[in-house]
Design a protein around this ligand. Structure first.
Ligand code: ME8
Length: 515
C-alpha cells in the first residue's frame, strides 16, 4: 500500500435490522469517492457494522435470539447490499470481531493511563434509540430532545468511566478554526462550532447495567459510541502499530449522515487528540434521504428496500440518481418516479442514445473502424473538463461533477444534430464526416472513463464497445487527452441499448428491463 492511498470511511451501521436505501446512499457515495481516487493512485475504503449496545440487544431480544447470533444472521445481508450496488470496500469491520474488541480494551487502558479516562458516577438520562446521554436541561417535555426521536428517556444511576471531553474544547475550537474544511458542509461546521462555544461536558463512556458490549476490565461495558468510533483505527490495526495504520491514518474523508456529525467532529477528534493522534482531514455530514418529507429511518419504519430497488432499476441507475438528484449536503426525497425520469432522460435519451447512434453510424459509414483524429473544437472546448470534475470531487460535489460531465454528453448530441452525419455521407463530405465520427467516439471514451466511478458496470460496457478490454480504471491525466482513441480501432456496437427505457410497469416486468 502506498503512502498516498486515499482513505475513506462510512459510518458503521447499527445492525438492528436490514439495511434500507439511506444506508445504501452513504456506502455508494464512499464507493464513488474511493473509485475516483483509485484512478488517481490508490484508495482504501472501510465500512462495517456497529453490533453492540442496547438498541441491537433489544432488537435481538425481540427476535428471540442471542445478540451475537442475531448479528451473525444479519451481516451477510449488509455485505450483500454492497455487492448488489457494486460497492467495493477494502475492509468490512464488525465490532464483535476479536481484532476490534482487543484494541478497544487497549485504547481504554491507554486513556486511563494518561488520565483522560477516570471513574465517576453518572446520574442522568439516557435515550436508547439514539444511544445518547442527555442533560436534564436539554430534555423537551421530559423526552429525548432529538427532533427525529422524541422518545421516552430512562434514568441511569451508575458508577461509570468518563472521558475528559471538556478538557479538549479549546483545542477543538482551534482545530476547527485552523482547518475550515475539517467539517463540511459549512452548515455542519457552523453548528459544531456553536456547540463547542456553548461548552462541553465530560462524556460517560461505560455502561454498568448492560452486558452487550466490549467488556471493560473491572466490570461494565464500553459505551457503544466510543466502541464504534474506534473502528476507524482498530480496522487499521492501530494498537499494534500496524502498517495500514501508519500509511492510512488520518483518514482523508469520513462520510456520515448529519445526525451523527457531533459524534464524529467533537467526540471523535477529542479521543484522537487524547491518544496523541491526528484528526481526520474532513468529516462530511451529508443530507438525509426523506420519504414524504420525513427522514427515512428504521425506527420510523418509512423505509425503502434497497434490494427491491436494485432488482427493479439496476445498480448504475440508482447510483447515478442518488448522486445526481441533490447536492451531497442537502436532504432530498426518494421516489421511484424520479428515478425513472433520470433513467429515461439523462441516462436513456442523453447518454444511451448518444452511444447507440454514434456507434451505429460508425458501423454504417466506416465499417466500425475509428477514423483518424482531426483538429477538434469539441476537444478544445472540453480540455478543462477533467480538471473541473476533479475540483468538484475534491469538495464532494458529486452533482456538480455529473452536471459537468453531462455538458459533454449534450455537446456531442448537439454535434450530431447540427452536423447531420447522414447528410455528410450522402454528399460525400468524407473529411467532415470522419471528424464528427471521431469526435463522438472519442467523447464516448472520455465518458466511459469519467463515469466509471459513478456507474462502474455501464461505463465498462461502454468502454468495451469502443474496443477496450477490462474496466476504464485509468489515470485521467494520461488518458483524458483529446485524440487518445487510436485510429483504426474497431468498435462493436452494443446489441442492446445501454439504458433500455423503463415505463411505470409492474415490478416483475421492470426487473427484466433493468438487466
Ligand atoms: O448511527 N438518509 O448507525 P445507523 C441518508 N451505528 N443517510 C442515511 C439515512 C437517510 N435517511 N438513514 C441512514 C449509526 N443513513 C451508528 C454509527 S459510526 C462510528 C456509528 C446513513 O445504522 C447515514 O450515513 O443509524 C447515517 O449517518 C447512517 O446511515 C446511520 O446509520
Amino acid at each position: 500500500m502506498s503512502q498516498s492511498a486515499f482513505f475513506v470511511t462510512t459510518p458503521i451501521y447499527y445492525i438492528s435490522g436490514n439495511p434500507h436505501m439511506g444506508h445504501a446512499y452513504t456506502s455508494i457515495a464512499a464507493d464513488v469517492l474511493a473509485r475516483y481516487h483509485r484512478t488517481r493512485g490508490t484508495s482504501y475504503f472501510l465500512t462495517g457494522t456497529d453490533e453492540h449496545g442496547q438498541k441491537v440487544a433489544q432488537a435481538a431480544a425481540a427476535a428471540g435470539m442471542a445478540p451475537k447470533a442475531w448479528t451473525d444472521s444479519l451481516v451477510p445481508r449488509w455485505q450483500e447490499l454492497c455487492a448488489r450496488y457494486d460497492v467495493r470496500y477494502d475492509d468490512f469491520i464488525r465490532t464483535t470481531e476479536p481484532r476490534h474488541i482487543d484494541q478497544v480494551v487497549e485504547v481504554f487502558e491507554r486513556l486511563k493511563a494518561t488520565g483522560d479516562v477516570y471513574l465517576g458516577t453518572y446520574e442522568g438520562w439516557y435515550c436508547t434509540n439514539d444511544e445518547t446521554f442527555w442533560l436534564e436541561a436539554k430534555l423537551i417535555d421530559g423526552r429525548c430532545p432529538n427532533p427525529e426521536c422524541g422518545r421516552e428517556v430512562q434514568w441511569l444511576s451508575e458508577q461509570n468511566w468518563f472521558f475528559a471531553l471538556s478538557k479538549y474544547r479549546d483545542r477543538l475550537l482551534s482545530y476547527f478554526r485552523e482547518n475550515p474544511n475539517f467539517v463540511r458542509p459549512e452548515r455542519s461546521y457552523n453548528e459544531m462550532v456553536a456547540t463547542l462555544e456553548g461548552g462541553l461536558d465530560d462524556l460517560c463512556i461505560s455502561r454498568t447495567n448492560l452486558d452487550w458490549g466490549v467488556p471493560l476490565p473491572g466490570g461494565g461495558v464500553m459505551y457503544v459510541w466510543l466502541d464504534a468510533l474506534l473502528n476507524y483505527i482498530t480496522a487499521l490495526d492501530y494498537t499494534h502499530d500496524g502498517e495500514k495504520f501508519r500509511t492510512l491514518w488520518p483518514a482523508n474523508v469520513q462520510l456520515v449522515g448529519k445526525e451523527i456529525a457531533r459524534f464524529h467532529t467533537i467526540i471523535w477528534p477529542a479521543v484522537l487528540f487524547a491518544l496523541g493522534l491526528p484528526a481526520p482531514e474532513m468529516v462530511f455530514a451529508h443530507g438525509w434521504m426523506t420519504l414524504e418529507g420525513e427522514k427515512m429511518s428504521k425506527s420510523r419504519g418509512n423505509v425503502v428496500d434497497p434490494f427491491e430497488m436494485v432488482d427493479r432499476f439496476g445498480a448504475d441507475t440508482l447510483r447515478y440518481f442518488l448522486l445526481r438528484e441533490a447536492p451531497f449536503g442537502s436532504d432530498f426525497s426518494f421516489g421511484e418516479e424520479k428515478v425513472r425520469l433520470r433513467r429515461n432522460g439523462d441516462l436513456g435519451n442523453d447518454l444511451g442514445n448518444l452511444a447507440r447512434r454514434s456507434l451505429a453510424m460508425l458501423v454504417k459509414y466506416r465499417d466500425g473502424v475509428v477514423p483518424a483524429p482531426a483538429p477538434s473544437a469539441t476537444g478544445a472546448a472540453f480540455a478543462t473538463l477533467p480538471a473541473r470534475v476533479h475540483e468538484a470531487m475534491t469538495t464532494l460535489g458529486f452533482r456538480d461533477a455529473l452536471e459537468a460531465i453531462w455538458e459533454l454528453v449534450a455537446a456531442l448530441n448537439r454535434l450530431i444534430d447540427e452536423k447531420r452525419p447522414w447528410d455528410l455521407h450522402k454528399h460525400g463530405a468524407r473529411e467532415e464526416l470522419d471528424a464528427v465520427l471521431y469526435d463522438v467516439c472519442e467523447g464516448l471514451r472520455w465518458l466511459a472513463i469519467m463515469l466509471w466511478p459513478f456507474m462502474p458496470t455501464k461505463a465498462t460496457e461502454l468502454y468495451g464497445t469502443l474496443g477496450f478490454v477490462g474496466e476504464p480504471l485509468v489515470a485521467w491525466n494520461d488518458a483524458l487527452r483529446w485524440g487518445g482513441l487510436a485510429a483504426g480501432t474497431h468498435v462493436a456496437p452494443a446489441e442492446l441499448p445501454l439504458f433500455p427505457r423503463m415505463d411505470a410497469e409492474p415490478a416483475a416486468t421492470a426487473a427484466i428491463a433493468a438487466s
